[in-house]
Write a protein that binds this ligand. Structure first.
Ligand code: FAD
Length: 642
């Protein structure tokens, strides 16, 4: 990483700087000024943000205060430019903490500061990369196989390369990006702000939108892959079918199938599964679906050869993907029927479709630490606060409506957001207010596009269940035939069938998926007894429903895995696997914890988090700060080592 304290000289004119400052987050700018001037008094006066809310990046400052900061900043930045952008000095721990508190208008607890400092990378070093002490020869004897090349698998490749451990990544698709390779449907975009949803050590200042769309996300992962020269290690269009532990040789034997259908068996001392939780499309079994004569496809397999303009489109399912598709295609199709089982709660986010202005991009590139503080600003409101808010108060009277007083407050806020957009007498109103507590399923980001789309004359929201499909129509249980030229299945993924359809066989022939059934578990979401040298990224119990970014989780997991590999190689051990008692205890505690959270409640009938028995095993019930702490350093005593 470049020394972030060393400025890169720029020649932007004072008038252009003034123009740029119109765009920027003023509280974030203030902290950059503290770095430039080394003067903390700047944030000890009357000019300060007034409050914090997710995606509210101006801290509710008044226009007058913002203007005053801009004028102050202009002189400071012009001087900084004229001095050739001299190196800034690292701030003390105490000042760093003060700056954090100031930006988010509350006391950031001490326990978070080291995690946040690391995430922000203020020292300019990649603190999650693992230093290796082992000789090249020892490493050469320890090939690692990574399954999948989404953000997790790519990160694994970057870390293994840094460590000098030989590795191969097997990826079934023709390119990198996983989720962001496959989900090319119209409107696909991230719903965690991109200045946080990117690797901590590779913070792009290029994003053109705050919540980037799929092509830009895929291009980001592609550029990172090239920058770190991981591509020569990837075998694209090759799928892992099975992995078997060879007890005699202490190797994994991994069966792969290449594009031309040939199979081969690869050997590795360790396997990292990075196959994601949302990678295998799920389409419900609707009677007659095969008789439909028009094109039909899953949202993650969007058929770009099908011209949907001026067609009647039936979109079945309106969860996270459908919610993005409908507003994007509605203006182009003749008619759109949206079949939705349950209404979704939406989080009001006016920035959701906003472009990153040129002023912000200039600040990200030129103002010391602007981008790092901006990352912190969008990270913090979603950092563990959602978990507290998800906690169920069993004594709260109407659990169908809300599971706690705080949850009732959220319900009101979300309901106000819906009712502010549609008239009281609209038929739509009854269909779009969910009948389960707010945040109890994945909450979607919304800037008004969803209800705007549903209010169009050419769009109908259908909440009646589907009975069957005919050659030219979707037929609901009330007998209505909804004519369709094209069917889009926005019906989600086999989320609870972890690692499916691979066959993973560990010691004594134990079949991982059979052992798990619909109750997958891994110690810290990473390792499983009887599966030596087998590591999961985005494994069981690591999906994030309460906030944060999965890239943060992946970085925690890969640091932990890299330490395991380093331990095995340095100490010349053949295998490691977690102790059964710790694994059982982890699963038991995780289950106990998750049952006390909103997502588990019986009031939520359908949710992709839940298995067939209504239990949740794929989502993390833990605070980010705890997970970060638990995965920061491996405890050898947690493992059985041979
Ligand atoms: C539509 C959609 C929107 C999302 N939006 C967000 C969001 O806004 N914020 C957020 O934090 N998360 C979001 N997610 C979750 C997202 O999956 C993660 O953020 C992240 O991309 C996971 O990365 P990954 O590498 O772990 O898994 P994936 O991205 O799923 O990548 C897994 C890779 O493994 C490959 N693979 C699978 N099986 C095999 C096999 N047997 N052999 C070879 N290769 C295999 C796949 O082809 C794929 O490339 C979203 C998911 C979806 C589906």
């Amino acid at each position: 990483m470049r020394n972030p304290h060393a400025g890169i000289p720029f020649g932007t004119s004072t008038a252009e700087i003034a123009e740029a400052l119109q765009d920027v987050s003023i509280p974030t700018l203030m902290l950059s000024l503290v770095h430039i001037t080394k003067n903390p008094e700047l944030i000890r006066g009357a000019l300060k943000p007034a409050g914090l809310f997710l995606n509210e990046v101006q801290g509710y400052m008044s226009e007058e205060d913002k203007a005053e900061v801009r004028s102050l900043a202009l002189d400071i930045i012009a001087d900084y430019r004229d001095a050739g952008c001299p190196e800034t000095e690292p701030v003390s721990d105490a000042l760093l903490h003060e700056m954090m508190n100031w930006l988010v208008c509350e006391e950031v607890p001490d326990e978070y500061v080291p995690m946040l400092r690391e995430e922000m990378g203020l020292e300019g070093k990649d603190a999650r990369s693992v230093e290796t002490k082992t000789s090249r020869a020892a490493k050469a004897d320890f090939p690692v196989l990574v399954i999948g090349c989404g953000e997790s698998g790519l990160l694994a490749g970057i870390r293994l390369k840094e460590a000098g451990i030989p590795f191969t990544i097997i990826e079934k698709n023709a390119g990198v990006g996983g989720t962001w390779w496959e989900n090319s449907y119209p409107g696909a975009r991230v719903d965690v702000g991109n200045h946080f949803y990117c690797y901590s050590f590779e913070p792009s200042d290029q994003w053109t939108e705050y919540f980037a769309q799929q092509p830009e996300l895929q291009a980001y992962f592609e550029s990172v892959m090239k920058k770190y020269d991981v591509d020569p290690h990837i075998r694209f269009e090759t799928e892992v079918l099975a992995a078997r532990w060879d007890e005699a040789e202490n190797h994994w034997r991994v069966d792969v199938k290449t594009k031309d259908g040939t199979t081969e068996t690869l050997s590795a001392r360790a396997v990292i599964s990075a196959v994601g939780q949302l990678n295998r499309p799920f389409i419900p079994d609707f009677p007659g679906a095969e008789s439909f004569t028009g094109p039909s496809f899953h949202s993650a397999r969007w058929d770009h050869d099908v011209d949907i303009s001026d067609k009647r489109v039936a979109m079945i399912g309106a969860g996270a993907s459908g919610f993005q598709i409908a507003p994007t295609i509605a203006p182009n199709v003749e008619h759109l029927d949206v079949f939705q089982r349950t209404a979704q709660w939406m989080f009001p986010n006016p920035n959701y479709h906003e472009k990153v202005g040129s002023g912000v991009q200039w600040a990200l590139r030129h103002l010391p630490f602007y981008g790092r503080w901006y990352r912190f600003l969008i990270l913090w409101p979603g950092c563990d606060k959602g978990l507290e808010a998800a906690r169920v108060d069993p004594n709260y009277p109407d659990q169908q409506r809300a599971f706690s007083e705080m949850n009732e407050f959220t319900r009101q806020m979300f309901t106000d957001w819906i009712t502010s957009q549609i008239p009281d007498d609209s038929d739509l109103l009854a269909k779009v207010i969910p009948d389960y507590p707010a945040t109890a399923k994945r909450t979607l980001q919304d800037n008004g596009a969803w209800l705007n789309a549903l209010s169009r004359d050419n769009v109908e929201l259908i909440r009646t269940a589907i009975d069957h499909i005919e050659t030219d129509a979707v037929v609901t249980v009330d007998g209505t035939r909804h004519l369709a030229d094209v069917i889009v299945y926005a019906t989600g993924f086999h989320a609870t069938k972890m690692l499916s359809p691979m066959e993973i066989i560990g010691r004594d022939g134990v079949d991982l998926r059979a052992m798990w059934g619909e109750r997958p578990a891994a110690y810290l979401g990473i390792t499983v007894p009887n599966f030596p040298n087998f590591f999961c990224m985005y494994g069981p119990g690591t999906n994030l429903a309460h906030g944060g970014s999965l890239i943060f989780h992946s970085e925690c997991q890969m640091r932990y895995i890299a330490q395991c590999l380093e331990f095995l190689i340095t100490e010349d051990h053949a295998t490691m696997e977690p102790r059964q008692d710790l694994y059982d205890d982890w699963h038991e505690r995780s289950q106990r914890e998750i049952k006390m959270l909103g997502w588990s409640q019986p009031t939520v009938k359908h949710s992709f988090y839940k298995n067939a028995d209504g239990e949740i095993h794929i989502v993390s019930p833990w605070r980010l700060v705890d997970y970060w702490g638990w995965t920061k350093e491996i405890a050898i005593s947690d493992f059985i080592v041979e």
